[in-house]
Design a binder for this molecule. Sequence first.
Ligand code: LLP
Length: 430
Amino acid sequence: MTTSTGLSSGTTLPPFITYQQDQLMLEGVSLDRLTQEHGTPLFVYSRAAMLHALSAYQRGLAGRQHLICYAMKANSSLAILHTLVQAGCGLDIVSGGELERAMAVGVDPGKIIFSGVGKTRAEMRQALEVGIGCFNVESRAELDVLDEVARGMGVRAAVSVRVNPNVDAQTHPYISTGLKGNKFGIAHEDVLSTYQHAAQCQGLRVVGIDCHIGSQITQTGPYLDAMDRVLDLVQNIEAAGVRIEHIDFGGGLGIDYQGDNPPQADALWSALLQRLDARGFGDRKIFIEPGRSLVGNAGVCLTEVLYLKPGEQKNFLIVDAAMNDLPRPAMYQAFHRIVPVSPRANAAPMTWDVVGPVCESGDWIGRDRELAVQSGDRLAVLSAGAYCMSMASNYNTRGRAAEVLVDGNQAHLIRARESTADQTRLERLP
Ligand code: LLP
């Protein structure tokens, strides 16, 4: 069943995306107009949608000392960072490159936290030079190197130890991070001794504790379990005389890709704060590191239908976006809704596999989709604000897409389309 807009019945659109006079709009901007101006593939983001998503966290944490550090790996384009930083966010970074992007948008370095299992000495120095707020340390070996680097610079690095709470976030195995078999964090049973050690290090200053159990989490239970595990540790650590000023619960809250029904950020935090208060830790500063839930449903990827290729077993719709632009289906069998930008009223839909031009069978964007389309039509791949552009590659020497940020009825080009010259700039013949 399709509706007059060409949408399969039951398809819902994320906030700020609507059909008006049979034209797909993001806020007040026609997406068809943007494809004419900027070509395809094209990522388009809504400022209002990002701020709307952020406001749910702000409501949930209102009245508490807190810091929302946007996990910029989800989408590190400067204009996106700038939007969230202007709205009060700190940033969660995982590399020296992300640190430079963070500094480029003028974030207060005290509001930067540095996560990741493999920080190099050079990255540690770089972060200490600008004076970041906290290192989330993931191993005893890393702790010792950080101590040495900081002492060498005559400073003390603020540290938090990332705990692996061994809880199942019940999400895709590639994006589950809080289980014993994962490379992340320090095992529960080794955390106390790690803090006792850190407290003795001249180059370190213990400030917090953190955990992050996975991504695209759609239930409250795993968060509550992780909180309990972390608070048990805080009790033990403080009993041993080391004060924990802030507790960082990571990111991971899921979004609706395909009828998923994750808790709203404010409802999640009301449940978590209740537990925090009940356990007597309501006075602690709370840090969080949301990525996907701030930007995922604020973005779409627009693509043009190149060819219709009906076949005996499968009908293929070949579009000009590919796995280099939208890597999530190929990597995680992820689902993104795909809808027409200018629906064809009364055209009969067919079932299509929507695929890109890259020379891999894994290059698909959506399977078995009901769409009424012809070549030259534009489609919008929804929920493409997170982990798409930031994971894009140049595979098949495809330039990365352009990006536009919409604000009301204004549209700003925030990244020009990458040329082949941009791609080959660093290459030399022998
Ligand atoms: N904090 C840490 C330490 C993380 O490793 C991550 C994500 C986040 C915060 C943010 O998580 P979020 O709120 O975005 O779920 N590429 C995958 C997702 C990888 C997530 C990696 N870590 C995907 O496209 O589904």
